[in-house]
Design a protein. Structure first.
Length: 104
């Protein structure tokens, strides 16, 4: 029998084990690790309360910075992001995409 399943994993249908990060390919053919990137279409940035991208994020790479008026802006931690891409499919307006991990 396996260990306990988190509530988030149960509700999203994902296993509690981390999935390997997807990779892109650079121009010279070397693999690149990907991370989530927030675009300008984010409705939280435009003033609408939405936290749907943070709900399925298992490593809690998406945090929300509170603003006056009760809304919050999403912030993505490149260090915590595993590149699984589940937040991309959770966004109702397609404001998230996968981009190569920035070099340190």
């Amino acid at each position: 029998m396996s260990g306990p399943v988190s509530r988030r994993a149960l509700l999203t249908g994902r296993s509690a084990k981390a999935e390997p990060a997807p990779v892109g390919v650079s121009e010279d053919g070397t693999p690149l690790a990907l991370v989530a990137e927030l675009g300008g279409a984010c409705i939280s940035v435009q003033g609408v309360t939405c936290r749907l991208c943070g709900d399925p994020c298992e490593p809690d790479a998406i945090r929300f910075r509170p603003l006056l008026g009760g809304r919050a802006l999403p912030e993505i931690s490149n260090e915590r992001c595993t590149g699984c891409g589940v937040c991309v499919s959770a966004c109702p307006v397609g404001a998230l995409s996968m981009a190569p991990r920035p070099s340190a």
